[in-house]
Design a binder for this molecule. Structure first.
Ligand SMILES: *Cc1c(COP(=O)(O)O)cnc(C)c1O
Length: 636
């Protein structure tokens, strides 16, 4: 017999996408483990209640840094295992691409664990490089610089090399080489290394397929690669050229495409090596995917391979080509970002309310004989709809609704008539939906109807701030209640955020076989908070999240999982209203002066007392410190 908890585990697919980190305890609460084999567990509902007692309200982004460390270990072990298994004679190093999540706590946790394996960093802009240069790395680790660069960027790279970092400047565009050679002339001491990003013919798969292939934005063509080599030789700087780089896109869903790219890049590497270039590093970029929906397929939000399979294929493929070309095995550099950081962060927030489509239980509808014909007919449909006629009656109801609006627009029926007609219409729809559910074959129109009828849960977050990739790329994230998981959910719902943008909705959910249009959730109970979590949001989401409607960064908590459950190590308050408007260049004193001036005019006009004016001003000014999200119990 399956228990209720087993059933909900299956409903939400936790085992499929959770990578062993997430589970449900006997209380029916969501828990987090530091790794698959570690039985220690933090109860997310307890954390949220604890934070609420400290005045930290939802939405809260909870970080579990141990999950970053564990992903680093998983990656490192997979590659070490593959290297041993295939007798590969080069090493494997990772550089974490900062753009995936530059938050200091994330990068520091990565470095803390990664330093044990000489893992380093990858920076793609001046700002990222500026931050990276101050962080402690092990002497053998690398600092790889991708992205387009100007001379200032390159100067900073030289400064980094002089300060002791093993810097590699990756040439993305031929003009960057000119900067490098010029700066090298004026520079003393340790030089940075130079890499070349090659534009491969092979493409990735999934949403970021465009990042690879001949039309890619980045990288050098074969002719340009040859040009870089000859210019560096002429300048007497060929000893700087050490790395070949490629990156065919993020969230690579299909292992076959990855193997093809490895094959091509390894061949290019071998040919360059044979030209007496002292190249020794092959950087295979990022792209290791996260299985967000748990389906283990080449679907956009999934991946048809495991970390071990990825490592095996990279090592095996590269080794084969290099052995064939008689070239020593290079050190393999990997720039995995998403894989390392996605799991560690979850956004927990509360459902505020339900937005009603069908207003039930206001007053029972009574249909009198003198109602307009259209209302009477809708009433008849409602009274006589059944399993044999529901389809036909549903079509009739659609027609009557059209008629209802036409009559109203012509001024032939009253507002009350219209209201009555609408309620009857939705009632017919609900009944039709119920009959459709019991039918063996449900036509598509009833699928659409179900979506129309499902509950809309108003949820205290901004899609644009916290899961922007859902809005921009239709990426799916697992979403799950953090409590009540010992009860089977009975409602179907979509989620609406609190921005005033109709795009601020979530109506696509992970599913093992398909994409779900509605999510199973529990019925809301008045006065009882209902919390849900957006899972696996640690990669890209925070960084890409924007200020739409001036919703700022949510509250944040860093949680360590220990023998007693959890330890909240750090709490960071989310943006205040004042900080959020500050980003749009509204200065505090400017606003406060502006408000005071208007209030003073009311006083001057004799419309308001001095003491009321003071109260208004104080209230206005205290709003500066308010949380940008909705408060649950009156006050945040
Ligand atoms: C974005 C990026 C990465 C990271 O890719 P993931 O899919 O997050 O692993 C690595 N390298 C380069 C050059 C990138 O632009």
């Amino acid at each position: 017999m399956t228990t209720a908890i087993e059933q909900t585990l299956e409903t939400y697919g936790i085992e499929n996408w959770g990578a062993g980190y997430f589970d449900v305890n006997r209380k029916g609460n969501l828990i987090v483990h530091p790794s698959r084999d570690d039985k220690r567990a933090a109860d997310v509902k307890e954390i949220i209640d604890d934070l609420a007692r400290r005045g930290i309200q939802a939405p809260v982004l909870i970080r579990f840094p141990q999950l970053i460390a564990n992903q680093v270990r998983k990656l490192q072990r997979s590659f070490q295992k593959a290297i041993a298994e295939y007798g590969y004679s080069g090493a494997h190093l990772c550089v974490y691409p900062m753009k995936v999540n530059q938050q200091r706590s994330v990068v520091e946790e990565y470095l803390r664990e990664g330093s044990r394996y000489d893992f380093g960093l990858e920076a793609g802009s001046k700002a990222e490089l500026y931050a990276a240069l101050a962080l402690e790395q092990t002497p053998a680790s690398l600092l790889v610089l991708n992205g387009f660069k100007d001379e200032e960027f390159i100067q900073l790279a030289f400064v980094g090399a002089r300060s002791g970092k093993r810097v590699v400047i990756v040439i993305e565009k031929l003009s960057e080489l000119g900067h490098v050679l010029r700066v090298a002339e004026t520079h003393e001491g340790t030089m940075p290394m130079v890499g070349m990003r090659v534009k491969l013919y092979s493409k990735g798969s999934g949403r970021w397929e465009k990042s690879g292939g001949e039309a890619a934005k980045f990288g050098l063509t074969t002719t340009e690669i040859l040009e870089v080599i000859s210019r560096m030789q002429e300048a007497g700087r060929i000893d700087m050229l050490r790395l070949l780089h490629f990156h065919i896109g993020s969230q690579l869903t299909d292992i076959k495409r990855i193997k093809n790219a490895m094959k091509e890049a390894a061949r290019v590497y071998a040919k360059i090596h044979q030209m007496k270039v002292p190249i020794e590093l092959l950087d295979v970029g990022g792209g290791m995917a996260v299985d967000y929906d748990g389906s283990k397929t080449a679907f956009d939000s999934s991946a048809n391979y495991s970390a071990q399979e990825f490592a095996n294929d990279v090592i095996y493929t590269i080794k084969q080509v290099l052995d064939d070309e008689n070239v020593p095995h290079p050190t393999i550099i990997q720039e995995s970002g998403r894989f390392l950081s996605a799991y560690h962060a979850i956004l927990v927030t509360n459902v505020l309310d339900e937005i009603e489509t069908v207003v039930e239980d206001i007053t029972p509808i009574e249909i009198r004989a003198d109602e307009p014909q259209v209302v009477i007919e809708l009433g008849d449909l409602r009274a006589t709809i059944g399993v044999k006629n529901y389809r036909e009656y549903y079509h009739d109801a659609l027609e009557h609704r059209e008629e209802l609006f036409t009559l109203f627009n012509l001024g032939l029926i009253t507002l009350e008539d219209r209201a009555k007609g609408e309620v009857l219409f939705w009632d017919v729809c609900e009944r039709a939906d119920k009959f459709a559910q019991t039918a063996k074959y449900v036509s598509e129109e009833f699928d659409d109807l179900r979506r129309l009828l499902c509950a809309k849960y108003l949820t205290n977050f901004s899609v644009f701030r916290s899961v922007p990739d859902h809005w921009a790329l239709d990426q799916l994230f697992p979403i799950i209640p953090i409590h009540g998981l010992n009860r089977q959910p009975t409602e179907y719902a979509t989620l609406c955020d609190i921005t005033c943008d109709s795009d601020g909705v979530i109506d696509k959910f992970v599913d093992l076989h398909d994409v779900k249009q509605v999510l199973e959730l529990h019925k809301l109970t008045a006065g009882e908070p209902y919390y849900i979590a957006f899972m696996l949001v640690g990669a890209y989401q925070e960084v890409m999240g924007n200020n739409h409607n001036l919703f700022g960064a949510p509250n944040e908590a860093h949680v360590h999982i220990d023998d007693n459950g959890y330890l909240i190590k750090k709490v960071i308050r989310g943006s205040t209203v004042g900080e959020a408007v500050g980003r749009a260049r509204y200065d505090r004193s400017l606003l406060h002066d502006g408000f005071r001036r208007q209030v003073a005019q009311r006083v001057k006009a004799g419309e308001m007392s001095e003491s009321e004016a003071t109260r208004l001003n104080e209230f206005y000014e205290s709003s500066y410190d308010a949380y940008t999200y909705l408060a649950v119990n009156g006050k945040q």
